[in-house]
Design a protein around this ligand. Sequence first.
Ligand code: C2E
Ligand code: MG
Ligand code: MG
Ligand code: MG
Length: 284
Amino acid sequence: QAKQAGRNTVRFFNPQMQAEISQRMKLESELHQAVKEQQFELFYQVQINHQMQPTGAEALLRWRHPTKGIITPIEFIPQMEESGLIVELGYWILNSACEQLDQWQKNSHTKNLTLSINVSSKQFKQAQFVEQCREIIHRYHIAPQKLKMELTESLLLDDINGTIKQMHSLNALGILFSLDDFGTGYSSLQYLKKLPLYQLKIDRSFVDELTTNNSDQSIVKMIIAMANSLGVNVIAEGVETLEQQHALIQMGCEHYQGYRYSKPLPIDIFEQYIQQASINAYSA
Ligand code: C2E
Ligand code: MG
Ligand code: MG
Ligand code: MG
């Protein structure tokens, strides 16, 4: 017994842990390098309305690693949040997204598209965040209601009053808010009614088995009913099949995002997709 406890206390010298620590340090130095060398890129995933017309896109971060190819955010965002690197990268994301939106504003196929970006809590809580947004919105002449920010429930819950104040300042710049992964967090209805939200984004986990799982059906119906009574828009993420889309339409959800329409795409391919969609809409 004592021997076992003794063994546990020397965990720090455990070679497996040692390996994990050095791997994390390696990732961290690679991430610093990646920010410096601009190895990041935004992919764009289309958002569709009930008439099957594109209304906008969500910008999703990708890391074009020099030897490993494209790496998705789950593999590096947590570490970037921990190290604080996400703040610098977040500024780059905001700036790049708005630069793109400005391009879209000037082209007939894309001028009505909105663009959503994911904002991490560290970035949102920066003292200069509102000022940075103001500067970028003006730099790129972003029209009101074109830029959306996706926030998560956990971000909103601590310092709720400060958060609401900041959301109002950003609203005044024309920025809209979407509550990402909705249903997976713990926000109470008390909080929800106070937040200046434009949209609730139903988490993919409820859409996955929507056509077969009764509880998921009830949850999605409840989210839609709640959104309607709060007067906010609803979008479902992770829509992969026609059956899921039909179920969502029947429940009154009018905006969708998921592989059924398109995966997140590099910018040139995304723009081809949009152009094709608008040609199809004209000939229909
Ligand atoms: P999220 O914001 O909830 O994004 C949705 C994720 O679901 C994306 O994964 C997207 O590629 C994936 N997805 C979309 N449609 C489908 C579908 O039909 N089926 C399935 N199975 N998956 C689908 P991705 O791009 O790997 O991003 C993962 C998460 O990383 C995002 O979740 C978001 O929380 C975070 N993230 C992505 N880009 C950024 C960013 O620029 N900044 C910050 N702070 N976080 C980001
Ligand atoms: Mg998102
Ligand atoms: Mg989401
Ligand atoms: Mg998600």
